[in-house]
Design a binder for this molecule. Sequence first.
Ligand code: 6R9
Length: 641
Amino acid sequence: MMAEETEIRTYEPPEEFARQANVDDASVYDEAEKDYEGFWEKRAKELHWFKEWDQVLNWDPPEAEWFVGGKLNVAYNCLDYQVEQGRGDKTAILWESDEPGEGKAYTYSELTAEVKKFANVLKGLGVGKGDPVAIYMPMIPELPIAMLACARIGAPHSVVFGAFSGDSLRDRINDCEAKVLVTADGGPRGGKTAYHKKNADEALKDTPSIDSVVVAKRVGEDVPMTEGRDHWWEDLAAEAEDECPAEEMDSEDILFILYSSGSTGKPKGIVHTTGGYLTQVKATTRWVLDVKDDDVYWCQADIGWVTGHSYLVYGPLSNGATTVQFEGTPSYPGPDRHWDLIERHGVTIYYSAPTVIRAFMKQGTEPLEGHDLSSLRLLGTVGEPINPRAWEWFHNNVGKGNCPVVDTWWQTETGAIMIAPLPGLTKTKPGSATRPFPGISVDIYDEEDNPIEGAGKGNLVITRPWPSMLRTIYKDPERYRKTYWERLGDKYFVEDGAERDEDGYYTITGRIDDVMNVSGHRIGTMEVESALVGHESVAEAAVIGRNDEDKGQAIVAYVILEGDREGDEELIKELNNQVRKSIGPHARPEEIIFTPDLPKTRSGKIMRRVLRGVAEGQEDLGDTSTLADPSVVDDLKAARQ
Ligand code: 6R9
């Protein structure tokens, strides 16, 4: 990635920006370094607590508790507390539909009322404190309303990205044993309609824990409703009581579970709790995204991923901001949709993703022309490494050179931003996420797990606990320990490679495990492999992510067939469908290569490095002498022709 440009320019914060930034005193870094618990305690005090904590941190690796004994409610912080501070009539959620100019706005008072009602709906269906609720919805306002309603009554939500298949939804519901599923009849996106209830019905054939399904109406077409189990959102809400007190939650009670791909086995139910999560999410939204009262803030991620949880819903709302929720895609009805939206709503902060920026770049600057983007004052990116060229393009063409770009590194597991500039203070370098957030401590370790001194390249490690860290993997503490802590004991092993330069700036180079990053979506190679071998004609499959200009990585599947089935177009179609059905369309392989054999070491391990090399058309595949049968490489090259 760094080879792209030999000389990287650096950018000081624009003076005008620095003058108004939420954080403009560089001593915060030193202060936090001297006493990181004290630093986070100050941030926690910026929330509303029913009762303050007795102890800031209880760290018994790998178990952390933050703000021990504190009582608070996340929905109260995002709603009632905002109304109490005079934001009742301020727009909380500005929802824009798939069709330009159509949409709806909710003030903080209106949103509070909707959430209270829906919280009562959930209670009426028997949901109590601690009962997980599954949510599978398109990007409609009912999605954040359902999340906040769960938070209000202390029911952990488990949001499943709306493009996941019925099978994926089923597995996630069964893992957390949700009693209630909240979904929608469907939703338009990019001019096409997706049918969530239909997919959910597939899942519901085999989800014994589910007693009730609530269906929000978005599309308005007929959908089959199962008597006694399925209910329309609007019918239940019409009958529900208006008042619903916010449950006093313990700081360490679960706020949500979010499933994320790992290198082996089934997706992991990442668990986030209440006090620490909201503390770090609220602080990073203010400090890194510089959100203020008069901002129109837009995070373009889907709420089904962690970015949407933390920076579309909880971060902006706990700061009393106006958050834009967009139902559609960047290319519908035209390639200027985002610019049109920014102009019409006067968006001031735009938090985007490298894959989206690269797609814009490809279209050139024409779609930008004729749109007034002067409302913008800050740009952000997240999800994957951003190549310096895309960073520069974003900075120059969207930000017109006046808006700082914050490249924010974090993960589902970290819950909130970990490495990123403070835009009023930090000099930025295209391609670098720059410095750890104050109070966060990271390092780079070599292959022998020794810290590297000064500049260098290696494995990223987080060396101290942080408030929004995952607390466990749902119902699998052993997997939690093994995945993240077994290697270093009391330090968190990230599974990302990183480089540190002379200024102490970090550039994240990408995953070092078998997790692919396709258009910013985390997909495990194992998940795609097991989907493929689920097809009767497939004996074995090996999946890798090959570098791709647009998507970051593209999925390539090597497939060994069983019996005498021919690897033809028809079979490719069937295999694509197989993946679509068992995971979702976003996991469909870009390329399927039929091969008689796979490159394996003598101990039977697939050498993915070789598969990646072949898929990227590399001439030199490096050392292949440890292969059990080195001639496989020629077969693979021939198969790809
Ligand atoms: C928030 C989110 C996490 C993985 C992470 C890393 C990659 C995210 C990045 C980045 C380079 C950035 N990643 N942000 N790589 N620079 N600014 O994306 O969570 O879906 O769990 O993915 O994404 O590889 O480990 P998640």
